[in-house]
Design a protein around this ligand. Structure first.
Ligand code: 0RQ
Length: 506
């Protein structure tokens, strides 16, 4: 048996994943670890999927509700969706097989803000949690758990579940002990107290997860890497977006609105966010801090070259190469980064107090500054809102980033009216595309439209957007706050659905 399991009570519960999966019944609500591909259970999901397939072959229904920290990996969402073993799923999810199952109507997907997901479970909004399946790096003699490459909602799932299954993965560095800060004083209203975190590098909790040993029904030993998609090579559009962001931050420092080492940064998931981090790395900025959700490869680069002095997150989101590099050099990062529960990494109180600079990707923005982060053409789920709402609403300064077109130019990401709104014009401050940056602070919607079109829209769509605003202004002279042509506002999206492009055919 692995020397990672040094608690005798739990040593007696070691069994195979197949045996452990028999503790999960059809209809159960299951909370799993995992935030991006980091820290997901590696064997239980496949064993549950096999169990579901066996039930289905006999003509029996077998589906579970699955709650996680955020997106997982093909070995969690992928195998379970493939086996038609999912009923309800929350929160953020980016696996393509699951996305198809959500969009075909097979899986009911709930998309709360990540900072809400744990507290809604505590409030009883989602009902009882039957089983928690949590990956850890080691179990101490007294049963405390050394977390692995993400914390996510693990604390809540361990506390709330009736039964607990622990996967101990010896691929995860044993040296992870000391890299986590789990805060246990999150009482429920009306007993809540201020969270005593005033600096990014402050530790307010303990480095372990606790579990009630009596609830543990199985311990499974695994040896498998985290699985994350590689990042796309940084292209010209992403580089340009990164340069606009860095220039803008210089401008903010020069204007005296933030110190030379900036305010703590939050950077979203995806290719564009990773490219912006590269832009910061190539700049003169250094000694920065990050208070964010996910540490992507770009963050490791910044920690390595001193651009970043300290990073707080809830998870890694490293490519295979990035994970190899981190696991090899882990001691280099000790004291320079910490992983916290997502109810703390994404906590509105802390985001507001620390004064974060928040940069997230988007699907589209409209000319008035409403941002859609989640839905393609108004209806098809992409990934979910993730933490973008937690960070945007409470940021000191927020920015939304995207190339100005998608799908080879057939889609303008700047549109007359967003086909779904995740972040309203009341929240959104800055929009950035490779064309330029629109600073919307202090502008009324009508003034915003000119700046967004002028600075951010692709030349192929600029004239049509201007024409739209001008006609909207003429059509209803008593409705000039946010001028719209209601019968035309979503016609660009309809044209794409009908013809495969938003461009008007000659
Ligand atoms: O499609 O993968 O088929 O090529 O969307 O687009 O430009 O590579 O951008 O990787 O930064 O993702 C909003 C999805 C952007 C992400 C989103 C298509 C495009 C491509 C990806 P392909 P890019 P990114 C905290 C922050 C919500 C959660 C969040 C996201 C694919 O940033 O999930 O912010 N955000 N969390 O072609 C149709 C459009 C499109 C479009 C892009 N207008 N219409 N398709 N695409 N724009 C972290 C967490 O919460 C975990």
């Amino acid at each position: 048996m692995s020397e990672r399991i040094s608690c005798s009570v739990l040593q007696n519960k070691v069994m195979s994943a197949e045996q452990a999966a028999t503790f999960i019944q059809a209809g159960d609500r299951v909370g799993m670890s995992g935030f991006t591909g980091a820290g997901c259970p590696k064997e239980l999901p496949t064993a549950i999927a096999e169990r579901a397939k066996a039930h289905h072959a006999r003509g029996d229904e077998f589906r579970i509700d699955l709650w996680t920290g955020a997106s997982t990996s093909p070995v969690v969402d992928g195998v379970l969706a493939e086996a038609h073993a999912l009923n309800r799923r929350l929160p953020y999810a980016s696996d393509p097989t699951l996305r198809r199952a959500i969009n075909s109507g097979e899986v009911d997907y709930l998309d709360p803000h990540l900072s809400h997901s744990a507290q809604h479970m505590w409030f009883g909004f989602y009902g009882n949690l039957d089983v928690a399946v949590i990956e850890v790096a080691a179990i101490l003699p007294d049963g405390r758990l050394v977390p692995s490459s993400s914390v996510g909602n693990n604390k809540t799932w361990l506390d709330q579940a009736d039964k607990v299954i622990i996967e101990v993965n010896d691929w995860q560095p044993r040296a992870f002990e000391g890299f986590h800060d789990v805060y246990y004083k999150t009482a429920l209203p009306p007993h809540r107290q201020p969270i005593p975190l005033t600096q990014v590098d402050q530790l307010i909790g303990e480095p372990y997860l606790r579990v009630d040993l009596d609830k543990v029904v199985a311990v499974v030993e695994t040896h498998a890497p985290d699985r994350n998609s590689p990042f796309a090579p940084i292209d010209a559009a992403s580089t340009a977006i990164g340069e606009h962001v860095v220039d803008f931050l210089r401008h903010e420092v020069a204007a005296g609105r933030m110190p030379a080492s900036l305010l703590p940064i939050q950077s979203g998931v995806g290719n564009v966010a990773n490219a912006v981090l590269a832009g910061l790395g190539n700049s003169e900025f250094n000694g920065l801090s990050a208070y964010t959700e996910v540490l992507q490869d770009g963050m490791l680069d910044l920690l390595d070259d001193g651009t970043l002095a300290f990073a707080s997150a809830t998870s890694f989101g490293l490519s295979d190469l990035g994970a190899e590099r981190f696991n090899r050099d882990i001691e280099k990062y000790r004291g320079k980064l910490v992983l916290r529960a997502e109810e703390i990494s994404n906590h509105p109180e802390l985001i507001r107090r620390l004064g974060l600079i928040c940069m997230n990707g988007m699907i589209e923005a409209d000319i008035y500054g409403h941002v859609n982060s989640t839905h393609v053409m108004g209806s098809q789920m992409m990934n979910g809102i993730g933490g973008s709402g937690d960070f945007t609403r409470n940021a000191f300064l927020n920015m939304f980033l995207s190339p100005s077109t998608a799908k080879n130019g057939s889609i303008s990401t700047i549109v007359p009216m967003a086909s779904h709104v995740d972040h309203t014009e009341h929240d959104v401050m800055v929009i950035v595309t490779e064309q330029g940056l629109a600073d919307l602070r202090g502008l009324s919607p009508r003034r915003r439209a000119r700046v967004v079109i002028e600075n951010c829209a692709h030349p192929d769509y600029k004239d049509a957007l201007l024409d739209y605003v001008e006609r909207a202004e003429k059509a209803r002279p008593n409705a000039l706050h946010t001028p719209h042509l209601l019968d035309e506002a979503l016609s660009w999206h309809q044209r794409f659905v009908d013809t495969g492009t938003m461009q008007k055919q000659a």
